[in-house]
Structure formats: C-alpha cells, structure tokens
Design a protein around this ligand. Structure first.
Ligand SMILES: [Zn+2]
Length: 582
C-alpha cells in the first residue's frame, strides 16, 4: 500500500506533528519528525523518501492551524502528553511575599569598571524577568563609588546599557551613585547624630585587634557631638586618605567579626584619583554597604535577587535599616553559577587585554556578552539557560556545551544553511555524461520552497572542477564513492595532497544510499567566495563559501553544513565569520 493511503500511519504522524508544533511555537518541524517516526516504525526505514512526502503533507496541514487550535486538539485527544510537556517547561517560582507590595521593584547594580560577562547573567535576567512577570519595575543602578581601586570608566556605562538591551532587558529607571553623594552624606549625618555611626581615627590594625576581641575602640563611645565635629572636619578636608573611617555600629558580639562595626565611608584623594564623572568634587566616598543599603530602600526595592556571597552584606545592612526605622527588602540569595572553562574574572580579562593576549573585550576566548554576541550566541539561549537553572541556593556548574545546546535549539530552526569548505583541495571530476546540472539546495529544512539555486555547466572536455574541504579529501581513496551533496556521485581515481581526481559515477542518491556513502560539501571552481572563520580559540580557519554567501548581511547567524554555526561579521572582498559551535 502506498504510504499516503495508510490512514493509521497518517494519524500516527498527525499526533506526533501536533505535539511537536505545540512544543515549537506552533510550527511542527518535518526534519525532527522523520527521525522520530523511523525510530518507532522501523519497517519504514527502506521507504524514507515516501514517508518524508507524507510527513511534509501532514506538517503543512498541522502548521496551517493556529497555535491555539493545535493546543485545543492536543488537550482534547491526548491530555496526558500535554501535562508532561508543561511539567518539562521550567518556570520560575513565585517571589516571596509578592502580594505584600503594590509594585514589585528589582534591580541590577553593576560597577562600571569592566564590561559584563556571563557571571552577571543570573542577576540581570532573573531580576528583569521577575519585574516583567509581576508587571513591576526594573532598575539599573551604577555603583561607581570607588574611584581608586575598582575605578569606573566612562565607556563601560554605555557598554553595560547596550548589553542589557541586547539581553532583552528593558530598564525602567536608571541611577548613578556618583550623582547621589549628598544623599549618602545626609543619612550618614543622621546616623552619627543619633549615635548609630561614628568616625574612627584608629589605625586599622588596632581597630582590628579590638573587634576580634569584641571590644569597642576608643572612638566608639565618644559623644555624638564629637563625632559630628569629626564628620564635618572629614567633609571639609581636615583629614587625609587613610586617616579616618565612618563606621556603622553593630552588635560587637556578632558571631561574624566581619560584620562588627562595618566601615561605611572613607576618604579618597580624588586629586590623585579623580572620578571619571565627578572628578575631584568629593573626597568622602561611601563604601558598598552604605550606598547600596540606602539606595535599596530609597529606590523602593521590594526584592533583591543576588548571589549568596552577599548574605553577610544583608546582615550588615539590617543594622542600618533598624536605626532608620526601615524594613529590609525581601532578599533571595542564589548559588554560584560556574561555567567550566570560562574565565570570568574581571581583573584577568582587563589584564589580558592590556597585555595584548586578548584582542579586546569581544575576543572569542572570553565569556563577555560582547564576545558571545560576536560568536552568534543568542540572548534567548542565555535567558533560557538562566531561567532553567532558576534561583536555587545551591551552586550550579555548567559547561559551554550546555549553553551551546540551548543555542543550537534556537538556531537549528532559524538559521539558513550554506556550504563552506575549509582548507580547500581541488577535486576534478571527469567523464561527465551531460553538459549542465541544475541544483536546488534547501536553505532550511523548515522553510520548504526556499533554496539556493546553482547551474553547473562545463564547456568542453567533459570535466568539472570543485573545491572540497581538506578534511573530506583526506578520507578519499581510489575506488571509494562519495556524493557531492544534492548533485551527483563520484568515484575517486587518484589523489595527492592538493588535488583529487575522480570520475562521474551516477546522479541519483538512491544509487548510493544503501552503501552509505559520505555526502560532502562542494563549491564549483571559479564561484568560490574566500571566507574566514574565527574559531573560539581565536585561531582562523580559511576556506571558501558558496557564491550565495556574498548576499549575506553582517550579524546574521548561518550554519555551514557539517562545520558549525557561525555569525557573519563582515562581507566584502571576503567574508569574515565567528564560530559559535557545532
Ligand atoms: Zn576608633
């Protein structure tokens, strides 16, 4: 019986296509179904061509339904599969006490002293995603109050804004802490006036000995009036860098010595270390916990989503909140996310660029967003991975392969395919039986009807010359048969390092399918487009891509068949691309 008349088979395919469509935004993928059906109906393995025809017809039928219609059919007929599918789709858990607040407010607060990298993805994407889920507000706050050690740089404010935009995160409000020093001074003065903060003149080593012994330093219990005088002296330049520290009082017996009377502001010689935005206008600069702690309340933060290394900071800041009569926001501390093989240390990145080891912040060896973007890693893949990892407090280790798998899933159905031959070797085919061949190479398995179209003709002497990749040429031995993909089959006659000679064998794929010949990419000599692929280790692979690649625009991500996904960086006399992954 012809497969197209087998109604039972048709129904079987229809179910698989509908389930596939529901899992892929309403578009079932014929390519994925062929493998699935063959896996379950092994007797059809000898009838792939016929089966593909039926699958294509059913997929077209299913894809013409709206996603809502597809879902309704699946739910009505196979409800059990539907529940399973939803359980597989990971969702973020609800925020704690979300209904306590009128509007959910979250933030991402980087120091603009470097570009962003994958290590920040969790803080950014989770905070933004929650703000969107609850129809809340997402704040970007630049924490740039260290003009000396973690010195901000103007170019990074902008690169951070661009990275967030690329990641699809819409910023509802933006603040820059170096604009807010008068606010920090106002609250510091209030804390000092009420006896909750003091100016410590002790050398740091002596202070440390005292705190370790859970004892007050000689400054701590002086009257508030004395401390207000010291504070004004501090602001007016009566002390120099390193002489004094403003401290917020805590329980001196707090089990963690690092919490005890934590430092809140200090002097920085901004004549020597001017701030890139406000120069030497201020010499008293807040430390992390004072500025971030005050801002979180003043900006109406309801939920702080950050790494668990910040847990102690919460303990410190809660003292200040108590003195000011404020309620601490809900804090969620997630575990560390490690990517094996990715160097995510800011200082190492900066040092590597200075030393010339890396070409820039977008060097393909780096885990910066700039580098990932250049390589064709999509923001959707990063987001999907981060949301799947979720907000668990346990540490998670992922590999580049994990990220690639998310990316591949997205690119597989969206990127067009082209031929690329790396390190080209000439292949001459003789004994051609006809003058011309017309080939249609599908751009994408899921876009039926879209092709790259080539006419291959020879003038005389019944021979054609192609470029094939060195890797394929290396597997060629006399008498072995290969198929030039979608074109014809050839039998190898002889070869040396830079040249392979073959003769035409036959045209139909059916002739060689049973003997499982290798299908290889080819480019007719004379139509080649010189192309380079910058690999993840920054090495460059030279080769030729097919003529249609001349029409590509920078930024598009394509698949070089049997080579990998690449992002087009420039198209001119030659094409330069960056390698994403297999
Ligand atoms: Zn002291």
């Amino acid at each position: 019986m012809a497969l197209e008349n087998d109604s039972e088979l048709r129904e079987f395919i229809r179910k698989a296509a509908l389930l596939n469509a529901v899992g892929h935004d309403g578009k079932a993928q014929a390519g994925a179904l062929v493998g699935k059906i063959l896996g379950e109906k092994t007797e059809l393995r000898s009838r792939v061509k016929e089966l593909s025809g039926v699958i294509n017809a059913v997929v077209n039928e299913v894809n013409s339904l709206s996603p809502t219609e597809q879902k309704a059919i699946v739910e009505a007929n196979w409800p059990e599969t539907q529940k399973k599918h939803e359980a597989e789709e990971k969702k973020l858990p609800s925020l704690p006490n979300a209904d306590k607040y009128k509007q959910i407010v979250t933030r991402f607060s980087p120091n603009p002293d470097c570009v962003l990298h994958l290590g920040s993805a969790r803080a950014i994407l989770l905070s933004h995603e929650y703000a969107r889920i609850y129809n809340g507000k997402f704040i970007l706050r630049f924490e740039d109050t260290d003009p000396k050690i973690k010195r901000p740089s103007l170019k990074f404010y902008d690169s951070i804004r661009q990275d967030l935009k690329w990641l699809g995160c819409k910023v509802d409000e933006e603040y820059i802490q170096s604009d807010r020093l008068p606010i920090y001074y106002e609250y510091t003065e209030k804390l000092i006036g009420c006896g909750h903060a003091y100016i410590c003149e002790c050398p740091s080593e002596e202070f440390r000995k005292k705190t370790l012994a859970m004892q007050a330093c000689p400054c701590r219990d002086l009257p508030a009036k004395e401390h207000l005088e010291r504070w004004h002296r501090m602001l007016s330049g009566g002390y120099t860098e390193g002489q004094v520290v403003v401290r917020v009082k805590t329980d001196l017996e707090n089990p963690n010595p690092a919490v005890r009377d934590w430092p809140a502001l200090r002097i920085i010689d901004t004549k020597k270390f001017p701030h890139p935005r406000v120069g030497s206008k201020y010499i008293v600069w807040p430390l992390y916990n004072l500025a971030a702690g005050l801002d979180d309340h003043l900006m109406g933060m309801t939920h702080i989503i950050r790494g668990k290394e910040h847990y102690t900071n919460m303990v410190r800041q809660k003292y200040m909140y108590q003195y000011l009569g404020w309620e601490y926001p809900e804090a969620i501390h997630y575990g560390r996310l490690k990517i094996t093989g990715a160097d995510l240390s800011k200082s190492k990145i900066v040092a590597g660029i200075k030393a010339g080891t890396y070409t820039g912040f977008d060097d393909p060896r780096l885990g910066t967003f700039a580098a990932l973007r250049k390589r064709g890693i999509t923001p959707e893949a990063i987001k999907k991975m981060i949301i799947d990892v979720g907000i668990k407090p346990n540490d998670v280790t992922l590999s580049w392969e994990n990220l690639y798998a998310y990316n591949r899933k997205i690119l597989d159905t969206t990127s067009s395919r082209y031929f690329f031959v790396a390190e080209p070797v000439e292949l001459k085919v003789t004994q051609m039986p006809k003058r011309s061949f017309h080939v249609l190479l599908p751009l994408q398995p899921d876009k039926p009807g879209q092709y790259r179209e080539y006419s291959i003709n020879h003038e005389e002497n019944d021979q054609l010359s192609f470029w094939v990749s060195k890797k394929d040429a290396e597997t060629m031995e006399p008498e072995k048969v290969f198929r030039l993909m979608e074109l014809f089959n050839v039998k190898i006659e002889s070869k040396n390092d830079s040249f392979v000679s073959a003769k035409f064998a036959s045209e139909s794929y059916e002739d060689v399918r049973k003997i499982k010949v290798q299908l290889i990419q080819w480019i007719p000599e004379g139509t080649e487009f010189p192309s380079q692929v910058v690999m993840p280790d920054a090495s460059v692979t030279d080769g030729f891509s097919e003529a249609d690649c001349k029409k590509l625009k920078p930024d598009v991500i394509i698949q070089f068949e049997r080579f990998g996904f690449v992002r087009v960086n420039e198209v001119g006399e030659k094409m330069v691309t960056y390698y994403a992954h297999k």
